[in-house]
Ligand binder design. Structure first.
Ligand SMILES: [Zn+2]
Ligand SMILES: [Zn+2]
Length: 401
């Protein structure tokens, strides 16, 4: 593996920063301490910073040998927020904040970009500008969207933007990138069926919303199997059904909630429209009324072909052809999607390994993201940072020529 020596030399000190951030997780738009740590490190290394985009966002501005005169600029993005969940780990750097945990590895993403920043600060082996984007609120808050609304790309014009996420279970030392959709759009629905309550022994006197809800859930599955094209990916998951409080009472209403995931707009439009039809008509067939709410959250994360291929070549230069794999699209969602709607770029995966880093006293096994026993693998820091550095250097060199 062709990682940068000076980054390897500094990796232990960056890992210490990572563990400090892990021990002090902060949720969406509350990343005040984390942003302070980032700002303090960048400032210590002589990198000018801008704070406040997306409330807690930090942008580091690294000008190259030409002082940025070429006008070419690239953005590298790391997310900083944690999740509202209780950590099971008991190691020294486990969360000190009950009910909050870095279970998605954003502490590691921040650390990898810091390691790259430290290298940029001392080497500046490029012309143009590298923008280091430390983003709040990826986990549901749409921090990327808010940073853009607050002027990220207007204040810091850049031609392309890149993101990276760790991926547990992939063998350490591998990376993955693909062009096209890699993460799905994330959307939520809430349906309220209004019937008529009554005595459970006298169902004919009421309108029972429960069997209506059951039919509705079945009906939704036929949208996936019968309405959308089989080659288009789409998921409808009803994850909450709430009705009733007693065994002998027919409830007067029932609430269904859940999520819809797709890669394509057209499929999302179809699913939303068909769900509303199925919901309203199922209710009408049983003389109940229907309230249908559908909220579109993160759009699909779609890599642009040229930038995905560029990223792949950079990876091959670091880890070799055989360790760069195609990024299998997942129906998870990611708010980097908003940045890719605004700019060309690519979002890639870096393998978090098989979990060997977790064996010393806290489990073992790959341990998925959002699992209470998860921990970021510090061994990734040199590789991830090397990718950021080589990507920026090579991309800016190619942009100039
Ligand atoms: Zn996550
Ligand atoms: Zn994440």
């Amino acid at each position: 593996m062709n990682v940068i020596d000076s980054i390897v030399t500094q990796a232990a000190s960056i890992a210490a920063v990572r563990r400090d951030i892990h021990a002090h997780p902060e949720l969406c738009f509350e990343e005040v301490r984390t942003a302070d740590v980032v700002a303090q490190k960048l400032t210590e290394w002589g990198i000018p910073i801008h704070r406040g985009l997306g409330k807690t966002g930090v942008v580091g501005i690294v000008k190259g040998r030409d002082g940025g005169a070429s006008g070419q600029a690239i953005g590298l993005r790391a997310d900083m927020d944690a999740l509202p969940m209780q950590e099971f780990n008991t190691f020294a750097h486990a969360s000190q904040h009950p009910g909050k945990m870095h279970a998605c590895g954003h502490d590691g993403h921040t650390a990898m970009l810091l390691a790259a920043a430290q290298h940029f600060a001392t080497h500046r082996n490029f012309d143009g500008t590298v923008y280091l984007i430390f983003q709040p609120a990826e986990e549901g808050g749409g921090g990327a969207r808010v940073m853009i609304e607050d002027g990220l790309f207007a204040q810091f014009p850049m031609q392309a933007v890149f993101g990276m996420h760790n991926w547990p279970g992939m063998p350490a030392g591998t990376m993955a990138v693909s062009s096209g959709p890699v993460m799905a759009s994330s959307n939520e629905f809430k349906i309220t069926i209004r019937g008529k309550g009554g005595h459970a022994a006298l169902p004919h006197t009421g309108i029972d919303p429960v069997p209506i809800a059951c039919q509705m859930v079945q009906g939704f599955q036929t949208i996936i199997s019968r309405n959308k094209k089989p080659v288009d990916a789409g998921v409808i998951s009803v994850t909450m059904i709430h009705a009733g409080e007693a065994t002998n009472v027919v409830p007067d209403h029932c609430e269904l909630q859940g999520t819809v995931r797709t890669f394509r707009h057209e499929v999302l439009d179809l699913i939303e429209a068909r769900m509303q039809q199925v919901a309203e008509h199922t209710c009408a067939a049983h003389e109940a009324t229907c309230e249908f709410e559908f909220v579109r959250n993160y759009p699909a994360t779609v890599n642009s072909p040229a930038e995905a291929e560029f990223a792949r070549k950079v990876m091959v230069g670091i880890v070799g052809e055989e360790r760069v794999v195609a990024q299998e699209p997942t129906m998870g969602a990611e708010d980097f999607a908003y940045m890719l709607q605004a700019k060309p770029g690519a979002y890639c995966f870096i393998a978090n390994g098989d979990g060997a880093h977790r064996e010393m006293g806290h489990g073992g096994g790959p341990c998925t993201l959002h699992n209470p026993s998860y921990d970021f693998n510090d061994d990734l820091i040199p590789l991830g940072a090397t990718y950021w550095v080589r990507l920026a250097e090579e991309w800016l060199a190619a942009a100039r020529s």
